[in-house]
Ligand binder design. Structure first.
Ligand SMILES: Cc1ncc(COP(=O)(O)O)c(C=O)c1O
Length: 381
């Protein structure tokens, strides 16, 4: 059996043809595929505007920057996330603050957010962990009450719905939503990210920040001395996506619903195959219409008398990849050294982490792979 990674892209001839078409065209970057991809994401999510960028880390960076928050203020996010969700606060001179997670969804807990709010808090970055939308209605109410911005980190969650049945990315409960198109995510552009928003001012700001803070738009220039003329109006970056990536993004997006269906089928199989084990907890099943990026189980390693490393090695010896999402961000050396965080600060995220294991989840998994993974996992005790 070939090695099965925990996540993998699904690329077909349609994707390859789309990329080749761009390679044979006049524009490799800053061409028409970018606007087409942005329009398609806006239509899919229901948000008014979309800005595609080089990756989701860049998306988070400029999303926070576009809010013009004074240096020294604070932002709140989940400790159960990839470091990018909180690093974007640091890039912008804000202190990263964490709010502990819910024990069943592993998402940030709105009640914990409220406890962390101070006079300096300006923004909340809820992370839709593994693809499950956070309790956005509640988070939005807390934000409104305290005059805070909300940026949804939906790096894992394209294709998922909020509890009310509307699409993640529609920004109904937030100022902006960001997505990631890294190859392990549900759709890919190689590297890539997007920001959606319903706010025209934020949209215009994001367009500027994506490309050095430079504009050539006659309506925005303070003067116009000729056809060569451009102005740098803010300190931006080169966070542009290429047309090669956007063309891939378009074909990938057209297959999102098929990917979602297959991911959900695999999850159903895992859930029934791994149910009723007293040392393994399957993910919460709920009524929301979700598109999962990760399949994460909780294993009581103490109970089975094995370490996680031994279990991962055993799976690897059977050609099954696994991964751990996530080491709580506040326990990273950089965060401990610079912000004084430590183990014990966010007990639920830490307890979750000790037991977490992600099993392979991607559309091209074969039936026999799924059965084999279930059988092998059941045999680890
Ligand atoms: C929750 C979350 N946010 C942001 C990112 C950053 O995404 P990218 O790799 O596209 O920069 C990731 C990447 O894994 C992530 O998991």
């Amino acid at each position: 059996m070939k090695f099965i990674p925990y996540g993998k892209q699904s690329i077909d001839e349609k994707d390859i043809d789309a990329v080749v078409t761009v390679l044979k065209s006049d524009f490799l970057t800053q061409g028409p595929a970018i606007t087409r991809f942005e329009k398609a994401i806006s239509e899919y999510t229901g948000a008014k505007y979309c800005v595609v960028v080089a990756n989701a880390t860049a998306a988070l960076h400029i999303a926070v920057k576009s809010l013009n928050i004074e240096i020294g203020m604070e932002g709140i996010t989940s400790p159960n996330t990839f470091v990018a969700s909180s690093n974007c606060l640091i890039y912008n001179g804000l202190k990263p603050v964490f709010a502990d997670i819910e024990p069943d969804t592993y998402n940030i807990n709105p009640n914990e957010i409220e406890k962390q709010i101070t006079k300096k808090t300006k923004v909340i970055i809820p992370v839709h962990f593994a693809g499950r939308s956070c309790d956005m209605k509640n988070i939005n109410e807390i934000a409104k009450k305290n005059n805070l911005f909300v940026i949804e980190d939906a790096a894992h969650a394209i294709g998922s719905n909020h509890e009310d049945g509307t699409k993640v990315g529609n920004c109904k409960y937030s100022d902006m939503t960001i997505f990631s198109f890294h190859p392990v995510k549900t759709i890919t552009t190689g590297e890539g990210g997007a920001i959606t928003t319903n706010n025209k001012d934020l949209y215009e700001k994001l367009i500027l920040l994506r490309s050095h803070g430079i504009t050539k738009d006659p309506d925005l220039l303070t003067q116009n001395t000729g056809p060569w003329y451009y102005e740098m109006q803010d300190l931006g970056f080169n966070y542009r996506m290429t047309d090669i990536q956007a063309a891939l993004g378009l074909t990938q997006l057209s297959k999102l619903e098929t990917f979602k269906k297959r991911r959900n089928e695999i999850i159903q199989k895992y859930n029934s195959g791994l149910a009723n084990l007293n040392w393994l907890k399957i993910p919460k099943t709920d009524k929301s219409d979700l598109c999962f990026h990760l399949y994460v189980v909780q294993i009581d390693f103490e109970k089975i008398g094995k370490t996680r490393a031994t279990v991962m090695d055993f799976l690897k010896s059977k050609n099954i990849g696994s991964q751990v999402h996530y080491i709580p961000v506040h326990t990273q050396p950089y965060y401990k050294k610079n912000y004084g965080y430590n183990w014990g600060d966010y007990p639920l995220a830490e307890d979750y982490y000790q037991k977490a294991l992600s099993l392979p989840l991607y559309p091209n998994l074969l039936e026999q792979d799924i059965e084999n993974i279930i059988k092998t996992v059941r045999s680890i005790t």
